[in-house]
Design a binder for this molecule. Structure first.
Ligand SMILES: [Zn+2]
Length: 182
């Protein structure tokens, strides 16, 4: 069986532990263009109660909250949050940044759960969302992650610059609606 899902887990590989390409010592706001979005892993599963990361296997419950959940077995034990790697270009360089749920929602226009459900019906949605965002001009505020192992600068906030910007989910809905009609 070689068809295991691809894992993007560079923290496991000590070789890839290097400092961010760009060193900043305080939050820095800059204009940039989206070069590419890593659409292979746009979101991850967390416990719905404590938001600790859970494995992708949907039968795995949170070991910290399983006692609480047992009182309410009908409650959904997990949800998804965005964690998006994207490369951006400024006027001087191209580099990879990581964007978590709050910032990613601005670009995707929905929650990670909504996006995940949409992608279940439309298998190429993640790729199409990445493509929809490519070339988008943004103002981003970048911070250096507190975690010393973190390799990428973190997008603390993002503002699309184009007046015609629309969130990826809107582009996708249009795209698939048009396809559905034909
Ligand atoms: Zn939990």
């Amino acid at each position: 069986m070689s068809n295991q899902p691809m894992k993007f887990d560079e923290t496991m590989n000590p070789q890839s532990r290097k400092r961010p390409l760009l060193e900043i010592d305080k939050p820095t706001t800059m204009m940039c263009t989206v070069v590419a979005v890593d659409h292979a892993t746009l979101c991850y599963r967390v416990c719905a109660l404590c938001e600790r990361t859970l494995p992708e296997n949907p039968t795995t419950a949170c070991k910290y909250c399983s006692f609480t959940n047992s009182f309410n077995p009908t409650a959904s034990g997990s949800k998804r949050l965005f964690r998006v790697l994207m490369s951006i270009a400024t006027d001087t360089k191209v580099f990879v940044v990581i964007m978590f749920d709050r910032a990613a929602r601005v670009l995707f226009g929905c929650s990670a759960d909504e996006f995940f459900d949409f992608a279940k019906i439309h298998p190429y949605a993640a790729m199409a969302a990445g493509r929809a965002l490519e070339g988008e001009m943004l103002t981003v505020t970048l911070t250096t992650p507190k975690n010393g192992n973190a390799q990428h600068l973190r997008v603390a906030s993002v503002v699309p610059l184009s007046s015609s910007f629309q969130p990826a989910i809107e582009t996708l809905r249009q795209l698939y609606r048009e396809k559905g009609v034909s």
